[in-house]
Design a protein around this ligand. Structure first.
Ligand code: ADP
Ligand code: ASP
Ligand code: MG
Length: 814
C-alpha cells in the first residue's frame, strides 16, 4: 500500500487533475490512498471570506460565488457528461452549506476558531469530492473517504493535535474492511471527539498523508507538488536552487521547520519513526527524480544540504545582572511564554548568563513582552533586570546538514560570508545535534543572505558581481562594451558572472534586477528609464540589497561622489574614475578609506591617475611592503602632453585643444586639464596614497593659462585661447630656442607638491614622452637614485574603461 499526496497547485484545475490521474493510475496495482489539498488558493479565499463576513463586509458573497463557479466549472471539464449530475449536486449542496455558514457569521459578526475551521474545511471537502468522482469515472475501484471520521484530534482549532493511537486504530480498522483500491481523502481536516471539524495547520495536507502512511505502515509516501523536490533553497528566492537528491528525515525536519514550505514540518515525525521512505516529486515533471527522505544517508559528502529562512520574526532580549547564577531563571521565562501559548523558534544565552535572547513570531511580540515583564516585575523594579527589549522586522536563516559536525569550518564560512556582505547578525544558535546553524538577521537582508550563502555552499564555482554604472558617456559606454565582449570568458575561465543591473546618465536611469543587456543599454534606458536622480539611483541600489554589488562612477560630478559613503556603509563597493572623492578634503578621503575597511567594501580609483596604468596599485604595493616614497616626479596629463606634443605654432593652440577634446582625452571642461587642476588632483592623490596628509591648498600651481581664459563657458574659453594665440606661441618658441620640450610636470618632494609647465632638456627622463603618454617616477628608499618608472598611455576612453574594468575585477576577487 502507498500514500500519495497532491498539493494545491497539482489539483488547481481540470488540466492538472488529469495529470494527477495519469500518475495515480500508471501501472500501480496496489492499494493507494490519494490525499488531496484544496484547489490552489481556495483556503486563502475561504479565510478571507470568513473574515469579511465577520466584519460585516458583503464581499464574502463575491468570494463565495467565485469559489462555487470554479468548482462547478472544473466538474464540467473533468467528468463525463452523463455522470456529472451526482457530483454537481453534491458540490452545489456543499456550496449552499458554506453560504449558510458565511451568512451566519455575517449576521452574528462573530468568528470563532471553531467556525473558521468549519469554513476552511470546505476547500478540501470539495476538491476531494470532485477528484473522487472523476477517479470513479476512470475506474470502478475508486472511492471517497472522509478523513474527518478517521483522524481524531483535540479541540485546538486551527492547529489541532492528533490523538495518535486512537487515530491509528481507526484508520487500520477502516482500511482493513474497505473494498476499493484507490481511496481519495481530503487533506488538512479532521474532527474532535464531539465530531466538530478541526484542521491540522496551514499546509496540513502533507501531515494527513503522513498520518495515513504511518497508521497503515505503508511501503512509501509520495508528496507530489509543483517543484522537483526539496531544493537547496527556496526557488522563489534563489534562482540557482537545485533539488536535493537525498535527505535524512532529520535534515528535512530542520529545513522545513526553518521555512522550506515544500513540506509541512509535523509530517516528518510519523514517517521517521517507522522509517517509511518518503519522496517529494513534481506533478508537472514526474520523470524528475525528486527528493528521497531516508533515515540515514551516509554516502553523500555535502556538509550542507540546504538553506532555509523564516521572516516575520521578533527577538526578545532579557538582560540584567540579576540573572547571573540564579537557577530557574530561564524556567520562569519559558513558562511565561508557554502559558501564553507563544512558540519559541530559537534561543541563545550569552555565556556570561547576563542576557538571554529568544526568537518568536512577530505577531506574538507584544503579548510576550507583557507576559515576561509581569513575571519579572519584582526584579525590574529593583533594577537588576531591564524590561524586555523587542526587535521586530527580523528573520532567521538556517543552514542544515548532518555532515557539518564532522567537517569543521561551516559556521566560520557562514558568518564570514554574511559579514563580508555587510549582513549584521543579531543572534546565533547551533543545535546540539550540529545539524543546523541559525542566525537572526534583519528582514531586509534575507534575500541577500540566502543568496550569498547559497553561492558559497552550492555554487562556489561562480561568483555573481552586480554592477551599477553611473555615467554612460565616453568611458562608461566603452566599459559596457568591454563587459559585453569579456563576459563569457570571465564566466568560463574565472568563474565570475557579471550582471549589469543599473545604468544612469545625466538624463535617465534604469535599475533592472534581471539584468540589462550591455550592448542594448541605450535602447533600454530610452524605453524604460526614469528621470535621473543621483540620490534615487543609489537608494534603489541599496534597497535591492544584492550581494557583491559594485557602483561604478564614470562621471565627473561632485554629487555622485557624495553618495560613496552611503553606498559603502551598505557594503556596496565603489570603483571611481571620478577623481572628486579621492581629491576632496583630506578627512573626507580618509573617511571613505576607513569606511571601506570597516564595511569590507573596496573603494578603488586606479584610473584617477594615468588611466589604466598600474600607478596607484604599484604605489600601494610599495607602501604595504614597507617602502617609503621620498619624491614623485610625473607628467600626468594626457591632454597637456598631447597638446604640447602637437603644438608647434603651425596650427592654432585652441585647435589642438579641440582635437584633444574630440579624441576624448580631456575632462568635460578642458580648463580642468589646461589650468592644472586635474594634475593637482592627481599628484595630491599620489601623495595621499603614499601616506602624506596633503590638501589641494598645499599644492603650488604655476599655470600657463592667462587669467582671462577662466571666465565664461567652455566655448568662451576656446574663443579666448584664439585671442591669446601669441601668448602660447611665445611659450613654445622660448622652449624650442633652448632645445627643450614643454611638459606640464607635477612634483612631490619633501612633503611639498607643485605643478607647472617646465622646459625639459633632451637628456631628461621626461623628455621622450609621446602622444598622450603619462610617466611617473617614484624615488623611494628602495629606488633612491634610479627611480621606479611607470610609463604609457595615460588618457583615452578605451584605456580608462579598461582600468575601471580591472578595478571591478579586483572587487570580484576581494
Ligand atoms: P503544495 O501546494 O503542493 O503543498 P506548497 O506551496 O505548500 O505546495 O509547497 C511548494 C512550494 O514551496 C514550492 O512551490 C516553493 O515555492 C516553496 N519552497 C520553499 N522552500 C522550498 C525548498 N527549499 N524547496 C522546494 N520548495 C520550496
Ligand atoms: N489547503 C490547506 C492550506 O492551504 C492545506 C494544504 O494545502 O496543505 O493550508
Ligand atoms: Mg504544502
Amino acid at each position: 500500500m502507498k500514500v500519495l499526496k497532491f498539493g494545491g497547485t497539482s489539483v488547481a484545475n481540470a488540466i492538472n487533475i488529469k495529470k494527477v490521474a495519469s500518475i495515480v493510475f500508471k501501472d500501480q496495482p496496489e492499494k493507494l490512498i490519494v490525499v488531496v489539498s484544496a484547489f490552489s488558493g481556495v483556503t486563502d479565499l475561504l479565510l478571507k471570506a470568513s473574515s469579511f463576513a465577520s466584519t460585516g463586509d458583503y464581499q464574502y458573497k463575491e468570494i463565495h460565488q467565485g469559489i462555487e463557479k470554479a468548482h462547478l466549472y472544473c466538474i464540467k471539464e473533468l467528468v463525463a457528461l452523463q455522470k456529472q449530475s451526482a457530483v454537481l449536486s453534491e458540490i452545489k449542496q456543499l456550496c449552499n452549506e458554506l453560504e449558510e455558514l458565511l451568512d451566519g457569521i455575517y449576521k452574528l459578526q462573530e468568528l470563532s476558531p471553531k467556525t473558521r475551521d468549519k469554513v476552511v474545511s470546505f476547500g478540501e471537502l470539495m476538491s476531494s469530492r470532485i477528484i473522487a468522482a472523476y477517479f470513479s469515472d476512470l475506474s470502478a475501484e475508486a472511492a471517497w473517504v472522509d478523513s474527518r471520521e478517521l483522524i481524531k484530534t483535540d479541540s485546538k482549532f486551527g492547529y489541532a493535535n492528533v490523538l495518535k493511537s486512537f487515530t491509528d486504530e481507526n484508520i487500520a480498522l477502516y482500511f482493513k474492511a474497505a473494498k476499493a483500491r484507490v481511496f481519495v481523502a481530503p487533506g488538512f481536516i479532521a474532527s474532535n471527539s464531539n465530531g466538530n471539524t478541526t484542521t491540522l495547520g496551514r499546509g496540513g495536507s502533507d501531515y494527513t498523508a503522513a498520518i495515513f502512511a504511518s497508521a497503515l505502515k505503508v511501503k512509501s509516501l509520495e508528496i507530489w507538488t509543483d517543484v522537483s523536490g526539496m531544493m537547496t533553497a527556496d526557488p522563489r528566492v534563489v534562482t540557482n536552487a537545485k533539488p536535493i537528491a537525498y535527505l535524512t528525515y532529520k535534515e528535512a525536519m530542520e529545513l522545513s521547520h526553518f521555512g522550506a514550505k515544500v513540506i509541512y514540518p509535523p509530517t516528518i515525525q510519523p514517517v521517521m519513526d517507522l522509517e517509511i521512505p518518503t519522496a517529494i516529486k513534481n506533478t508537472f515533471k514526474p520523470e524528475d527524480a525528486g527528493t528521497l527522505l531516508l533515515s540515514d544517508y551516509s554516502n553523500g559528502s555535502d556538509r550542507i544540504k540546504g538553506i532555509s529562512s523564516i521572516n516575520k520574526v521578533a527577538i526578545l532580549t532579557l538582560e540584567g545582572s540579576g540573572m547571573v547564577g540564579i537557577p530557574g531563571f530561564s524556567k520562569l521565562l519559558f513558562e511565561a511564554l508557554a502559558n501564553d501559548h507563544i512558540n519559541v523558534i530559537l534561543i541563545t544565552q550569552s555565556s556570561s548568563e547576563h542576557s538571554i535572547t529568544v526568537a518568536i513570531n512577530e505577531h506574538d511580540s507584544l503579548r510576550a513582552k507583557v507576559a515576561i515583564d509581569s513575571v519579572f516585575d519584582n526584579y525590574i523594579e529593583k533594577g537588576i533586570i531591564y524590561p524586555v527589549e523587542i526587535e521586530s522586522d527580523m528573520a532567521i536563516i538556517a543552514v542544515v546538514g548532518d555532515k557539518m559536525k564532522s567537517m569543521p569550518g561551516t559556521s566560520g564560512l557562514m558568518f564570514s560570508t554574511l559579514g563580508k556582505n555587510g549582513i549584521n547578525i543579531r543572534a546565533i544558535a547551533q543545535g546540539s545535534s550540529e545539524r543546523n546553524i541559525s542566525a537572526v538577521i534583519s528582514n531586509a537582508d534575507i534575500k541577500k543572505a540566502v543568496n550569498v550563502l547559497h553561492e558559497v555552499f552550492f555554487e562556489a564555482s561562480k561568483k555573481q558581481l552586480n554592477i551599477f554604472v553611473s555615467g554612460v558617456g565616453n568611458v562608461g559606454k566603452k566599459l559596457l562594451q568591454q563587459i559585453s565582449r569579456q563576459k563569457q570568458y570571465l564566466a568560463d575561465k574565472h568563474n565570475v558572472q557579471l550582471n549589469v543591473i543599473g545604468v544612469a546618465n545625466s538624463r535617465k536611469m534604469l535599475v533592472k534586477p534581471i539584468g540589462i543587456l550591455e550592448n542594448d543599454f541605450e535602447k533600454e534606458l530610452g524605453e524604460y528609464g526614469h528621470t535621473s536622480d543621483v540620490e534615487k539611483f543609489t537608494d534603489e541600489i541599496i534597497a535591492l540589497n544584492l550581494r557583491n554589488s559594485v557602483f561604478i562612477d564614470c562621471t565627473a560630478h561632485a554629487e555622485v561622489a557624495r553618495t560613496y559613503a552611503k553606498l559603502i556603509k551598505k557594503s556596496v563597493s565603489v570603483v571611481a574614475c571620478n577623481k572628486i572623492a579621492a581629491s576632496a578634503g583630506y578627512w573626507e578621503y580618509l573617511e571613505l578609506k576607513h569606511l571601506s575597511n570597516i564595511y569590507n567594501a573596496p573603494f578603488l580609483f586606479e584610473t584617477n591617475v594615468g588611466a589604466a596604468l598600474p600607478i596607484i596599485g604599484t604605489l600601494n604595493d610599495l607602501i604595504k611592503t614597507g617602502d617609503v616614497v621620498n619624491k614623485i616626479q610625473a607628467v600626468l596629463s594626457g591632454t597637456l602632453n598631447f597638446v604640447f606634443n602637437n603644438y608647434d605654432g603651425t596650427k592654432p593652440f585652441s585647435e589642438v585643444v579641440r582635437q584633444a577634446q574630440a579624441e576624448g582625452f580631456t575632462e568635460p571642461d578642458p580648463r580642468l586639464d589646461l589650468g592644472g587642476t586635474d594634475v593637482m588632483r592627481k599628484i595630491l592623490i599620489l601623495a595621499r596614497e603614499a601616506g602624506y596628509a596633503l590638501n589641494m591648498e598645499d599644492i603650488d600651481n604655476n599655470g600657463f593659462l592667462p587669467a582671462s581664459c577662466f571666465d565664461g563657458s567652455v566655448e568662451d574659453f576656446y574663443k579666448e585661447m584664439s585671442i591669446q594665440e601669441a601668448h602660447f606661441k611665445a611659450i613654445y618658441d622660448k622652449a624650442a630656442a633652448n632645445g627643450c620640450k614643454l611638459k606640464f610636470v607635477a612634483t612631490f618632494d619633501n612633503g611639498k607638491a607643485n605643478v607647472g609647465l617646465q622646459e625639459i632638456p633632451e637628456n631628461h627622463d621626461l623628455y621622450n614622452l609621446f602622444g598622450k603618454d603619462n610617466i611617473v617616477l617614484f624615488y623611494t628608499n628602495r629606488y633612491p637614485e634610479q627611480p621606479l618608472v611607470i610609463k604609457g598611455a595615460g588618457a583615452g576612453a578605451d584605456v580608462t574603461a579598461s582600468g575601471v574594468f580591472a578595478d571591478m575585477m579586483r572587487v570580484a576577487s576581494h
